[in-house]
Design a binder for this molecule. Structure first.
Ligand code: 4AD
Ligand code: MG
Length: 459
């Protein structure tokens, strides 16, 4: 008689009545009764647990060690489950306690705990139902991102994590210094953790046409919001022979395709989020996937906001104030209340955006604008920031100067504008914000394995 260890997700549809099976996992619940004793085991492969029925002898022998959190290996017979929550269960033959779990102080007892509390035990929270679902979805999102680009012939470029230029020109950098460093810096100059792989990946777009980078990104922003982390993951496609419209079309296809993939592959987990985290999540996501995203220019968006303000809507940041910039409250009003779906805002004032964005040929209301876009989505605000890039060297140099950035540091970026420069563009999407949007989770700290935010880098 041979028994094999199988992931629970594979066992459920595949095992035949009467088959010998072996399961490994951790106990979610256990019950010991006079007539019947059972444990529910999970292994992370599915939201489903397996119920293992214990004979009185097995129950008696292991009772003390079969509490919540214990790791077990159980062999038994796969059989139909009379009236249980699941169609099948395992009639256990052998039970091995692989790792005991001290019930006197195990932090994950059955009672519901707050997200805040779970952050303090981030090493154990992956075992809870919510975090099981979050990290299965996080994997599926990542996988569908790669699938999307691979199917379209994009190359994944591993842009460096240690950089020497500030890609966003925003000065929110972490410096990289060797421990005990004194005198000559390790790299012979200042080096930083990347804030974006864009500048590097642009070089590859002008050699391979369609490329993307996808990796960890670091920003020393002192933003204590539910949408900002100091370490997050960003996806940045870059396409050559392309303008802003091409970038928008790619972004919309991309978001929809990844969302579809996750809805299909993670149906059980998505149903969990719909039920316990954000009621109506599935309906709202489906509605989004069925309709085109809205589009407005920045000037049109400002006019819509001004009109709302005139009709009595109050914003903390007044729309008529000089130097007005879109804040999260405006972004959410546009996406949630006005359009009720994701919306691309385009052609921002040049003064509000990074140096590399392409200057528009015409001004609007006397304001110089750039071929930029932000995708705003309900519940989140900004999900994507992107643009067509400035491909004209003289204009780029003027923009660098206007931003007070040293042209020497960007010499290789400038070179691209001298050797076969073509119109090109791309965008950056924050992985965690996409996951928040897809799952209804509220806080970026709860979709990162071990979040890093100002004042917080435990684990
Ligand atoms: O708008 P951002 O700053 O754009 C760029 O970095 C461009 N270089 C992208 C490009 O065109 N290739 O950042 C892009 C996205 C944001 O829209 C947001 O989703 C996410 O990255 N993001 C953050 N996510 C979590 N925590 C932070 N601190 C984030 N900062 C940006
Ligand atoms: Mg942005």
């Amino acid at each position: 008689m041979s028994a094999r260890r199988t992931r629970i997700v594979d066992l459920i549809p595949a095992a035949a009545e009467g088959a010998n099976v072996e399961i490994t996992g951790w106990i979610r619940t256990s019950r010991f009764g006079k007539n019947i004793s059972f444990v529910h085991v999970f292994d992370g492969s599915t939201p489903k647990t397996i119920q293992a029925i214990l004979t009185p002898a097995l129950a008696e022998a292991h009772k003390g060690d079969l509490g919540v959190g214990a790791a077990v290996r159980i062999t038994g017979t796969w059989k139909a489950s009379p009236g249980g929550e699941q169609a099948f269960e395992v009639a256990a033959h052998t039970v091995k306690i692989v790792g005991t779990c001290d019930a006197s102080d195990y932090p994950l007892q059955k009672k519901r705990t707050s997200m805040e509390h779970l952050r303090t035990i981030a090493h154990l929270r992956p075992r809870t139902n919510t975090f099981q679902a979050v990290f299965r979805v996080r994997h599926a999102v990542s996988w569908h991102i790669h699938r999307f680009f691979h199917e379209r012939g994009f190359l994944w470029i591993h842009t460096p994590i240690i950089t020497t230029s500030d890609a966003e020109g925003a000065g929110e950098l972490f410096e990289v210094v060797a421990t005990g460093e004194s005198g000559e810096p390790f790299f012979g100059r200042s080096a930083f953790l990347t804030v974006s792989g864009q500048l590097a990946v642009e070089n590859f777009a002008q050699a391979f046409t369609d490329v993307y980078t996808f990796g960890p990104t670091f920003r020393a922003e002192h933003s204590h919001t539910t949408r900002h982390a100091a370490e997050f993951w960003m996806i940045e496609p870059e396409i050559a022979f392309a303008d802003l419209d091409d970038v928008l079309a790619l972004a919309e296809d991309f978001v929809k395709s990844v969302a579809e993939g996750v809805l299909t592959d993670c149906a059980d987990d998505m149903a969990f989020f719909d039920r316990f985290i954000e009621k109506g999540l599935l309906d709202s996501l489906r509605a989004v996937l069925d309709a085109p995203f809205a589009r407005v220019t920045w000037h049109e968006a400002r006019a819509l906001l001004a009109e709302a303000e005139a009709q009595g809507k109050t914003f903390e940041h007044a729309v008529s104030a000089p130097g007005f910039e879109l804040q999260t409250e405006h972004e959410r009003w546009l996406a949630e209340e006005h359009f009720g779906r994701p919306v691309f805002v385009t052609n921002y004032p040049a003064s509000q955006k990074a140096f590399y964005m392409r200057l528009d040929d015409e001004e609007t209301d006397g304001v110089a604008t750039v071929a930029a876009t932000d995708l705003l989505v309900p519940r989140i605000g900004e999900l994507i920031g992107g643009s067509q890039r400035e491909e004209r060297l003289d204009v780029l140099d003027a923009r660098l100067a206007a931003h007070g950035l040293p042209a020497e540091t960007y010499w290789w970026y400038r070179d691209l504008r001298r050797y076969g420069s073509v119109p090109h563009g791309g965008f950056g999407l924050g992985l965690e914000r996409l996951i928040l949007w897809l799952t209804g989770m509220q806080n970026i700290r709860d979709v990162l394995p071990f979040p890093r935010t100002p004042g917080q880098a435990e684990f």
